[in-house]
Design a protein around this ligand. Structure first.
Ligand code: ATP
Ligand code: MG
Length: 492
């Protein structure tokens, strides 16, 4: 295989943190190459260094035979490097074709040739085997379609090396499959795809080779067919770790929370109940109303009708603080905007919701707060020099862990986990599962919304599947299977 990209002793330092530590590795032409590692391992830093988004401090990058000892975004683009970040860089108020050719010349120097631009955009989508209206405004598109526009943008710039940083995290199951189709098409056209994901089943499905990083260092590169799941996990975490969902020993008791005919501002209607000692899984496609349901229960979105019962008593929930008072906690899906204050330190964020609980008539028990913060900081394996570091300096996954820690620290009795392990590495995933087990073993109730099939099947006692705002069906443990979940989710 011809090498298209080589890193030679690449290092990047932030004060006090070595984000990349003399990384040397190479990527072949026309392969799909997974880049994996725990949260904070340096994956995004590597991508940003190669694409010129940040300046690396040591080493060099060789692209298609040309060596760079520093890199600007323009140089990277010229050399054929493109990146699809999880947060897209699209202009919402412009149409698909305009977004694809933004900053590029179509037509003469003075006059953009609009029909030609749409024509070219159309050709790219055809080449990718995808359908999309090039006149549609980007803000009317789904996440999957926006991602497609990002991919088309990269193709229009003749990308030879395409980095995808956790592209599947916000996609529904069939959307991931569609994305894989497009990745295979690009690969056939000779494009190298470097794929970051925390979902190992995806790595085994789509990738040819895999490179593991740990603590900013290069660990290994292997052919997918020569390596097992367990070996990959061990390489990432540097210790033995069992990857299966851990068993639990919980007794399922009375109903903790029940909703009847619950309606929110969307068009939906939900009936369900969760018991003490139970993990109720909620599966469904993106847009099936799962997160809205969670927000209504948490008082973050007003309900339009229906009834909520906690411990058999009907309750009104008009705000998150009321929900917490009633013992209902939520780990939100969209953690960046709903869960966290980036400009504040970790300890501040974690203690946000427990201050009231750990205070006695205006006097806060600072020692108790500190201990709780430390406990969840350690359990979630948050990678930071100390709890006083600002959240914005953490890697994506570690920011997510802070949100999870914050909700858990509030120690509510009915906890809604909305995509609890999205973007979270294998080691911390195990911690979250273990914590969920302990919570239900203590008699708490958990509602777990998840698009991760292994997680839904492995962690739930019962699964309720949503479809277009209603409960399409309920599965008992003996009927758990990917096929059953999928057919209910797609309304069959
Ligand atoms: N702007 C910054 N200031 C200080 N430290 C930073 C900054 N950006 C990244 N880091 C640190 O660099 C290290 C590597 O972070 P990086 O984002 O590359 O990890 P990652 O492998 O992408 O993790 P994740 O899976 O969580 O996305 C982390 O320890 C992180 O805290
Ligand atoms: Mg990252």
């Amino acid at each position: 295989m011809k090498t298209i990209l080589e890193l030679k002793g690449l290092s990047k330092f932030y004060h006090g943190v070595i984000a990349l530590d003399k990384v040397s590795c190479s990527f072949g032409e026309g392969e799909i190459h997974a880049l994996i590692g725990e949260n904070g391992a340096g994956k995004s830093t590597l991508i940003k260094s190669v694409s010129g988004a940040i300046q690396f401090d040591e080493g060099s990058i060789v692209i298609n035979g040309k060596e760079f000892t520093s890199m600007t975004p323009d140089q990277a683009l010229d050399a054929g490097v493109a990146v699809i970040y999880q947060e897209f860089c699209l202009v919402p108020s412009m149409n698909v074709a305009e977004n694809i050719f933004i900053g590029q010349q179509v037509g003469s120097k003075y006059l953009a040739d609009i029909p030609q631009m749409h024509q070219k955009a159309q050709e790219i989508f055809e080449k990718l085997g995808a359908k999309i209206d090039t006149h549609a405004m980007v803000n009317t598109l789904s996440t999957a379609q926006q991602q497609l526009v990002e991919i088309a943008k990269a193709v229009s710039r003749n990308a030879k090396v395409l980095f995808m940083d956790e592209p599947s995290a916000t996609l529904a199951m069939q959307e991931v499959q569609a994305m894989f189709g497009i990745m295979r098409t690009l690969k056939e056209q000779g494009v190298t795809i470097i794929y970051v994901s925390h979902r190992l089943d995806e790595i085994f499905e789509i990738c040819d080779r895999v490179t593991v990083m740990r603590d900013g260092k290069y660990v290994s590169t292997s052919d997918i067919k020569d390596i097992t799941r367990q070996q990959l996990i061990n390489a990432m975490v540097g210790r033995q770790l069992d990857s299966a969902c851990p068993p639990r020993n919980a007794k399922i008791g009375d109903v903790a929370l029940e909703v009847k005919d619950l309606m929110g501002n969307g068009d939906y209607n939900i009936d369900l109940a969760v018991h003490h000692g139970e993990v109720l899984g909620i599966a469904g496609l993106v847009g099936s109303g799962r997160s809205e349901f969670a927000k209504v229960l948490y008082g973050a979105v007003p309900k339009d009708g229906g009834h909520i019962y906690v411990e058999g008593k009907e309750v009104e929930i008009n705000s998150p603080s009321q929900a917490i008072e009633l013992g209902i906690g939520l780990i939100p899906e969209d953690r960046k905007t709903e869960g966290i204050l980036l400009e504040y330190p970790i300890d501040w964020n974690i203690s946000l919701m427990i201050l009231k609980k750990l205070s006695n008539h205006m006097v806060i028990n600072m020692q108790a707060v500190k201990e709780t913060v430390e406990k969840y900081f350690k359990r979630m394996r948050i990678k930071a020099p100390s709890t006083q570091n600002l959240v914005k300096s953490l890697s994506g996954g570690n920011q997510q862990k802070v949100v999870v820690a914050k909700t858990l620290a509030a120690e509510t009795k009915i906890i809604i986990f909305d995509e609890p392990t999205r973007g979270i590495d294998v080691g911390a995933k195990q911690e979250i599962y273990q914590l969920m087990n302990e919570l239900v073993e203590e008699g708490n109730a958990i509602i777990m919304i998840s698009s991760d099939m292994e997680e839904v099947l492995g962690m739930s006692d019962r699964i309720v599947v949503f479809h277009e705002g209603t409960v399409a069906g309920e599965l008992e443990k003996k009927d758990f299977s990917q096929a059953n979940v999928m057919s209910l989710a797609s309304g069959l």
